[in-house]
Design a protein around this ligand. Structure first.
Ligand SMILES: [Zn+2]
Length: 701
């Protein structure tokens, strides 16, 4: 692959840049290396102070109509065009301009001329010509964009049948990574943060929630008002509207859900959320967002959970898997510090959010549930990382922490386990270097204090680390042979080192022993009977099943024995356990358990469970069975998921579909069919089997 040019910081210190050809010879910095946004050419010419959304939701025609007011200040003189990111699904009606504090001709809100140009398959470029009198450095002006948006990648309209209660429709948005340009025109980069307010008008009986620190409702006008007082990037603006009710579960937290699942959701979380927040505050300093609420969304939610500030979005399907629910919520809480307060400035360094949040999540679970539990969960995830690595090969560029995007790449498509787990290992290594986990906690507290509400690049973190521990800087830890920081960031392959997880041995030991017993020829039923799966935790059981899956294909005799031993018992367990057993069934073509697959797919309609199973069914000999189940259940699937499954079913190759996204990482997978991985990488990069590998990862935490 093309050699990666080491990025440097733009003058605003927020943006990665590389010298362009014309700049060779030290003529200065070239264009910002933000190939995923149309606004890259000029967003740093303006300061976005604030924006306001005034929206009306129309469920009947699945439209959001209204206007957006952007409050901007020109930083550089002579800029005549404002470029924003937008999307073909967003129809612009008019654009006006106003300069507050001016009178007469200068304040008549003239209509501005604008042009929408194609940019990528996930967005367009909105070019607004600014009147000359606006372009005065450091003077504020307002741009008002009137628009209608329908069903772009950010906006998910659910008919009533697709909700949990099946009585009223629901709509939610999902901005990560580059989808919100179809929700409102914006600088769709994590490098730009601003406060926002919103007014949302809805039909009677609909409740609206947003990722905002304050909200109010006027029953008479059926208008919801929101204010986010802290600066956030565009991707963290989120909205959900439907038949939602709440129960307070702590002094700053409430659970929101459709009425039919609210009691269950509240009972599963109970008083835990405030406890987790308190542990996190002890470790990383004050929670800066005020509220921490959670909204449970129907199974059509395309990912497991999303860390929208003040309001975590989470899929209701996870409710039955207690330990996964716990890990997912704690992970989203950790984002309150890592990812939301301090954000990666570019999507090429997503590990700054996910790797640090994963580390913080594990610090919280260590304090709240002990080291053994945390190590077990880590072993389970690192197992998955190594599985992915085996499939990708050691030199695959997606295994880098600093991924290089080429134009046209959708950043969401390159989210993978390396973002989380290799990032986690690097952060653990930094913690190890300073010799004491508590000292590293204090470093993280200082890091948050230093950078909160801003966006950073890896160099900011590492410079601050070496400044915080001058003795480490003096001993040149950044250049330690084989463990160079540069190699961590830009090297392909597995983590350069992994943390000591031996404290998990008490929980992982029995799992490995049972796996070994099943691997012996022939398996010894008496020895196996000494292990009782029902006394195990979910993470132990899924680790056991994942390791069995790694040993597939298994002989028909062993499959028969496994089925007699476990099948009925596993069928009573949660979906995270069941899907793993069913994948073993499919990959070993074990027909006696086919009815269990049918039962599972009739019950579970979320992407995180259906896509991996359909991919397995279709890449083996059970494609006809998959088609039959699909026709029986398709009416209850979201159109996007239906399309994905159709593509899986009707592909001619036996290979897994390129549209099958990561089954269920902690976070966003593309909300609509995405390009194949080989399209996503640049021409200089070798083709990758990324999708095949990602689907095999089998992780849903
Ligand atoms: Zn995350």
């Amino acid at each position: 692959m093309a050699q990666f040019q080491r990025p440097t910081l733009c003058c605003c210190r927020k943006v990665l840049t590389v010298p362009s050809k014309s700049c060779e010879g030290g003529q200065g910095l070239g264009q910002c290396r933000l190939v995923d946004i149309a606004s890259a050419s000029n967003f740093h010419c303006f300061k976005l102070r604030h924006f306001h959304l005034d929206l009306r939701l129309n469920f009947a025609v699945k439209e959001i109509t209204g206007w957006q007011v952007l409050e901007l200040v020109a930083i550089q003189p002579g800029v005549q065009t404002l470029v924003l990111d937008t999307h073909p699904s967003l129809l612009i009606h008019s654009i006006d301009c106003k300069v507050p504090g001016t009178t007469g001709a200068q304040n008549i809100s003239p209509s501005l001329t604008y042009r929408v140009d194609p940019f990528t398959d996930y967005g367009s470029s909105l070019n607004i010509s600014l009147p000359a009198y606006v372009i005065r450095p450091h003077r504020a002006f307002q741009i008002t964009v009137r628009y209608t948006t329908t069903d772009g990648p950010a906006i998910w309209w659910l008919d009533a049948e697709l909700t949990c209660g099946q009585t009223r429709p629901l709509v939610f948005t999902q901005g990560h990574s580059v989808c919100n340009r179809s929700f409102f025109p914006c600088f769709d980069t994590p490098a730009v943060k601003s406060t926002y307010t919103a007014t949302v008008r809805v039909p009677e009986g609909v409740t609206v929630l947003m990722s905002a620190s304050r909200s109010a409702y006027s029953k008479q006008d059926r208008v919801f008002q929101f204010s986010m007082e802290y600066p956030v990037p565009a991707y963290l603006v989120a909205l959900v509207a439907g038949d939602l009710q709440h129960v307070d579960i702590g002094p700053r937290s409430r659970v929101w859900a459709e009425p039919c699942i609210l009691t269950c959701a509240v009972s599963k979380l109970g008083g835990s959320v405030e406890r987790w927040l308190n542990v996190a505050e002890d470790l990383f300093g004050p929670y800066v967002w005020g509220r921490y609420d959670i909204v449970f969304l129907p199974p059509s939610f395309p990912i497991v959970a999303m860390e929208n500030p003040c309001l975590t979005f989470i899929i209701s399907s996870i409710l039955e898997s207690r330990e996964f629910l716990l890990i997912d919520v704690i992970h989203e809480i950790a984002h309150g510090w890592f990812g939301n307060a301090v954000t990666n400035a570019t999507w090429e360094e997503m590990w700054l959010s996910e790797g640090l949040a994963t580390y913080a999540q594990r610090r919280i679970t260590t304090e709240a549930y002990g080291e053994a539990f945390t190590c077990l969960e880590t072993v389970f995830r690192l197992d998955a990382l190594h599985r992915q690595m085996r499939l990708l090969g050691d030199n695959n560029p997606v295994s880098k922490l600093q991924v290089k995007f080429e134009p046209g790449i959708n950043p969401s498509s390159l989210m993978n386990l390396f973002t989380y787990e290799k990032g986690f290992c690097f952060v653990s290594y930094l913690s190890q270097l300073c010799g004491n986990v508590k000292r590293f906690d204090s470093f993280l507290r200082a890091y948050i204090e230093q950078f909160k509400f801003s966006s950073v690049v890896a160099q900011d973190l590492l410079d601050f680390f070496l400044g915080f521990f001058p003795e480490l800087k003096e001993s040149c830890v950044a250049q330690r042979e084989g463990l160079e920081f540069e190699r961590w960031l830009n090297g392909c392959g597995p983590p350069l080192c992994e943390p000591d997880l031996s404290a998990g041995g008490v929980l992982t030991g029995p799992v490995q022993s049972l796996c070994d017993l099943w691997a012996s020829e022939p398996p010894d039923p008496e020895a196996i009977a000494n292990f009782n799966l029902s006394s195990w935790s979910t993470f132990q059981t899924v680790l056991f099943l994942d390791r069995l899956l790694d040993r597939s294909p298994l002989s028909h005799e062993v499959m028969g024995q496994l089925s007699r031993c476990y099948s009925a018992q596993l069928d009573e367990m949660n979906a995270e356990v069941r899907i793993r057993w069913l994948q073993i069934v499919v990959r070993n073509s074990f027909y006696p358990d086919l009815p269990r697959i049918r039962g599972f797919l009739h019950k579970h309609t979320s992407r995180m469970y259906t896509v991996p199973l359909y991919e397995d069914l279709c890449s083996g000999v059970m494609k006809c069975f998959a088609a039959e189940v699909f026709y029986q259940t398709q009416a209850r699937l979201h159109p996007n998921l239906r399309r994905t499954l159709q593509q899986i079913l009707f592909q001619t190759s036996a290979l897994p579909t390129p549209t099958g996204s990561v089954p269920s990482l902690l976070h966003p997978t593309p909300s609509s069919p995405s390009p194949t991985p080989s399209d996503q990488l640049g021409p200089a990069d070798p083709p990758t089997t990324g999708t095949i590998a990602l689907r095999d990862v089998n992780v849903s935490a």
